[in-house]
Every structure is written in structure tokens, then in C-alpha cells.
Design a protein around this ligand. Structure first.
Ligand SMILES: C[S@@+](CC[C@H](N)C(=O)[O-])C[C@H]1O[C@@H](n2cnc3c(N)ncnc32)[C@H](O)[C@@H]1O
Length: 237
């Protein structure tokens, strides 16, 4: 079982097997297996707990920019996908969105056109032991093979090129969610949807502000996550 070790400064280390080498010294495998606390050979203390999906996700290999939890969470909450849902995600990149979706739905079909990113995503899905993701080397601008989908998510530059095939591939009432960094892309997308059976449900930008709380210090962190992207929720009717 994978475990997380946390040092005094809150730094986290993911442990799988063997002795753990940290910047605060080596922690022996037998002491990690034994309890909730362990000390390194430099007598530095670590707190220990079993690793969750999100702990493991932090350790995946990175290719292109990944989607952040604030945006992933909104997709899951606003579309209401559940363990019966079948969803399509493109492009996969490092696979962060696909993995998060796979955690809550029945099946994820993931398209990626870049061979190098495909390899990274495949490794990441194996590392996370996710068996309900069907990874395909495909250019979504050309075609969508699947039908009757509950949700299609697009994290790529020209989502309007997918509108025609998404209309055919989605169930009535299904969602198309496009993640776009620029408002100029959002404007083009909204304009193009007018030719198809899509209702513009919601366009949002989420700002997350983390705080430092320690003794008398209680204020927003000086470095925050700035703009990531706009989320456009379109509904097939
Ligand atoms: C920003 S990354 C996606 C990151 C991903 N959402 C995540 O959370 O890890 C965009 C990906 O889309 C892929 N891509 C771009 N156009 C595509 C297309 N037409 N079909 C399939 N994949 C495409 C790129 O190769 C790249 O890997």
C-alpha cells in the first residue's frame, strides 16, 4: 500500500516500497510500515497516512499543462456525472482530467493525437491503476466514433471544430464542456454553437485563493494561482 509521509514543514513524500530518501534523511521501510510516525536517520520526524487517489495524482509524469482541481471539480459538480456515465475527454495530455473523471464515472474514452503525450498518459493511468479508461490515438477534429455519450470535455485550442461531431455523439441533455484560456476563443465558440443543437448553459472563470494560517499570520498566500482558463458548459438539446 502506498503511503504519504509529511515532514514538519508540511512537505509530502509518496512512498511505495523500500527505504525513503528525503531531504531530511533516510526513513527505513520497516518504520514506515509500522506506524503513524517515523524518524529519519537524521532524527527528523514524519507523520504517515495511506495515500489517496489525489496523493498519487500529484506524483504523475507531466507533459503539457494540466487541469487544476478547481476546474475539474466544477466540471464534475455542474454536469452531475455519476457511476453510470460514459464520457469522452480530448486531448488527454498528461491525463489529469481523464483520471479525475474516471474516478467518478463508469467509463472514460480519451483521445490524444500526440504520440509522446499518449505514452505519458498511458503510464500515468497504469500508475493510478485505472482500468475504466480507454486511451485512443486519435485526432478529435477528424471524427468521434462513440455515440450516446453523457459528457464530452475538450481541452484543446479549437473546440468549434468538434461541434458537429459532438452533436451526433452526445445524448440529448448531455454536456459539452470546453476549457479555454482566452476569451477570444470563448467568443468564437459561442458564436459557432448557434448553428448546432447546443444551449449555452454557463461560462465561468474560477479563482482560488489559498490562505496561510500560522499563529498570528492569517492572510492570503502571497503567490496565488492566477488565471487558468474559462469553462464553457454547453448542453445538447
Ligand atoms: C493542455 S493538454 C490537456 C491536459 C489535460 N486536460 C490534463 O488535465 O492533463 C492539451 C492536449 O490536447 C492534445 N490535442 C490537441 N489537439 C488535439 C486533437 N485535435 N485531437 C486530440 N488531441 C489533441 C494535445 O496534444 C495536448 O496533449
Amino acid at each position: 500500500m502506498k503511503k504519504v509521509l509529511v515532514d514538519k514543514k508540511g512537505r509530502k513524500y509518496l512512498w511505495d516500497k523500500g527505504d525513503l530518501h528525503t531531504s531530511l534523511g533516510i526513513v527505513k521501510e520497516r518504520s514506515i510500515k509500522k506506524g503513524r510516525k517515523a524518524k529519519s536517520h537524521l532524527k527528523k520526524e514524519f507523520l504517515i497516512y495511506p495515500a489517496s487517489f489525489t496523493d498519487k495524482l500529484r506524483k504523475i509524469k507531466r507533459g503539457p499543462a494540466i487541469m487544476l482541481p478547481k476546474d475539474v471539480g466544477a466540471i464534475i459538480a455542474y454536469t452531475g456525472i455519476d457511476k453510470e456515465s460514459v464520457v469522452l475527454d480530448a486531448g488527454v495530455g498528461s491525463g489529469v482530467l481523464s483520471s479525475n473523471l474516471a474516478n467518478v464515472v463508469k467509463k472514460v474514452i480519451s483521445y490524444e493525437k500526440n504520440k509522446e503525450f499518449l505514452k505519458i498518459a498511458k503510464k500515468n493511468f497504469e500508475f493510478l491503476n485505472q482500468k475504466n479508461i480507454s486511451l485512443k490515438e486519435k485526432d478529435i477534429y477528424k471524427k468521434i466514433d462513440e455515440k450516446n455519450l453523457d459528457l464530452i470535455t475538450l481541452d484543446l485550442a479549437e473546440p468549434w471544430r468538434v461541434l458537429k461531431s459532438a452533436e451526433k455523439a452526445l445524448k440529448e441533455g448531455g454536456f459539452l464542456v470546453c476549457y479555454l484560456p482566452n476569451v477570444t476563443q470563448v467568443i468564437k465558440l459561442v458564436e459557432e454553437t448557434k448553428q448546432f443543437h447546443f444551449i449555452k448553459e454557463k461560462i465561468i472563470e474560477l479563482i482560488e485563493r489559498e490562505w496561510d494560517v500560522e499563529d498570528l499570520k492569517a492572510r492570503p498566500k502571497s503567490q496565488i494561482i492566477g488565471h487558468t482558463g474559462f469553462l464553457c458548459f454547453l448542453r445538447r438539446f
